[in-house]
Design a protein around this ligand. Structure first.
Ligand SMILES: [Zn+2]
Ligand SMILES: [Zn+2]
Length: 507
């Protein structure tokens, strides 16, 4: 489409649409934003940086004939360059302050990962459409950023967006004051490679477009963040669970986000015989599946080669096609703890369950630190727990007989185990305080036990200092939690929706 003189320069971007030039169609963002986004993302997969560059260069030429007497690039002029640079710098400074606030205390990551995918998509779409509305070339800006798509950002249960934002914020921190951040893109960095003859004008246009590209990314990051912040502030329906957690205790919220964020999104594939993963073998090897297990049981047993399958056959034939039995190699889908591959030694000892499910109840033994002196009482506790994976704790009656404690409710049980794991970490007090408060609250009236006995035991295990600290936690809970619930009773259930998203989605 050739520009005509009758067009108003200010409407440039409204009448030239890159889609018409490169023959792709997108629905109207006003009538169907979801469809509009889908159409765009489809188009973005096929866009060549050279074609995008040439489209914008044509726009620039048109603009030049109107704005400068010698029809040279508008970006020749220092003041225009300054304008582009200043705007980007302002947006990036704003992005920095918004995201510093959002990332503080783990609030953002926590909310993002616990949201339903539909919610995440809602915020991302808002971020994308607003970045288009704000951008110098409106929706054409998207053509400069094939890396910013909803599909890319929702990957790995939403972790992809967090990674993207964290890299962006880290990038901002790394640039000198007064300089703009220009994210590198292999795709865009080679936009000039296909041109027959590079001119100064091309260099100027590339300079400006690189900034426009980063302007879109910045606006997207800001607008998505603002959308989430708004929902958090307005307590939108998708934020209920998260708000409970944040209100409950921001410190625990941030330790949870570390846990959630460190979970791998996908199981590793390993050869059932030689146990090597694709990465360990190298190259782009395609694993073979045992056909009988797959077709009869829907169960995946992988082999790297025919030789490995043959070698493993005497072993595998006993269960092949009959039972879902494999070696449950670490990190693979058949490993009940695949999402927790760097699990501490305690967990290695747990009897592996072979129901194909991932049991959250098995997390949280924590790593005993060899440099930390454990009291004899605590060593005994650890030893009992290691031999009874279902028990959450052991209390002792007057005759020193163990009384098993099993915490009820998945959220409370998971929290208890996380806290118990913290309690075994060096220099931790919060974990022991939380489980202590819970045990005193819920077990004091158990036959054979009293409040004093439980305090005495915890004192022996973790040190006498812990007792006044637990009492402090009791005071805080009594003042803040409805019905005088202990921290764990109050906090645990609010995690349940989150645990559902974390664990069950992996199945
Ligand atoms: Zn192999
Ligand atoms: Zn088989």
């Amino acid at each position: 489409m050739e520009p005509t003189a009758s067009n108003n320069i200010d409407n440039l971007v409204d009448w030239i649409f890159i889609g018409e030039r490169l023959s792709f169609k997108v629905a109207s963002v006003k009538t169907d934003p979801t469809r509009w986004n889908k159409d765009w993302e489809k188009a973005l997969r096929g866009l060549k940086a050279q074609d995008v560059f040439e489209f914008f260069r044509t726009c620039n030429q048109y603009w030049s004939t109107r704005k400068t007497p010698n029809s040279e690039s508008v970006y020749r002029h220092q003041h225009l360059r300054d304008l582009v640079e200043t705007r980007l710098l302002e947006r990036q400074n704003f992005a920095g302050s918004v995201w510093t606030a959002l990332l503080a205390g783990g609030k953002f990551g926590m909310s993002w990962l616990s949201m339903k995918e539909k919610e995440r998509r809602k915020h991302l779409l808002k971020g994308i459409t607003e970045a288009c509305a704000l951008g110098t070339a409106h929706q054409n800006m998207r053509a400069l950023c094939p890396d910013v798509t909803m599909d890319a950002m929702v990957k790995e249960q939403g972790k992809a967006f967090i990674v993207f934002v964290e890299a962006f914020v880290k990038g901002l921190d790394g640039v000198a004051a007064g300089s703009v951040l220009l994210l590198s893109s292999e795709w865009w960095d080679r936009a000039l490679d296909g041109l027959h003859r590079k001119t100064d004008v091309d260099g100027d246009v590339f300079y400006a477009l690189t900034r426009h590209r980063n302007e879109f990314i910045t606006d997207f990051v800001v607008s998505t963040g603002m959308s989430i912040l708004e929902d958090l502030t307005m307590a939108g329906p998708g934020m209920k669970e998260i708000l409970n957690i944040i209100r409950g205790d921001p410190q625990y919220a941030s330790s949870w986000i570390d846990t959630v964020a460190s979970l791998p999104a996908k199981p590793t594939i390993r050869c059932e015989n030689c146990t090597k993963s694709t990465a360990e073998i190298g190259g782009s090897l395609k694993f073979m599946l045992c056909g009988a297990c797959k077709s009869k049981l829907g169960f995946s047993v992988h082999y790297c080669s025919k030789a490995c399958q043959k070698e493993d056959w005497p072993n595998h034939r006993q269960h092949c096609g009959k039972e879902k039995i494999s070696k449950q190699l670490s990190g693979t889908a058949n490993d009940p703890h695949w999402w927790f591959p760097d699990r501490p030694g305690y967990m290695e000892d747990l009897a592996a369950q072979n129901n194909g499910g991932v049991s959250l109840l098995q997390i949280g033994f924590g790593k005993a630190d060899p440099s930390r002196p454990y009291s004899a009482a605590l060593q005994r506790q650890i030893s009992l727990l290691r031999h009874d994976e279902v028990a959450d704790y052991f209390l002792f009656d007057a005759a020193d007989r163990p009384i098993r404690v099993e915490v009820q409710g998945i959220g409370r049980k998971a929290t208890f185990r996380m806290m118990r794991s913290d309690a075994l970490a060096p220099n931790d007090e919060q974990g022991a305080q939380a489980i202590g408060e819970y045990l005193v609250k819920t077990m004091s009236h158990h036959p054979g036990l009293t409040r004093e006995m439980i305090f005495a035991q915890l004192g022996k295990e973790y040190g006498e200092d812990l007792i006044p600290k637990i009492m402090e936690v009791e005071t805080i809970s009594a003042a803040n939690n409805p019905g005088g619930l202990s921290f764990l009773e109050h906090f645990g259930p609010s995690l349940e929706p989150l645990l559902g998203t974390m664990m069950l989605d992996h199945q």
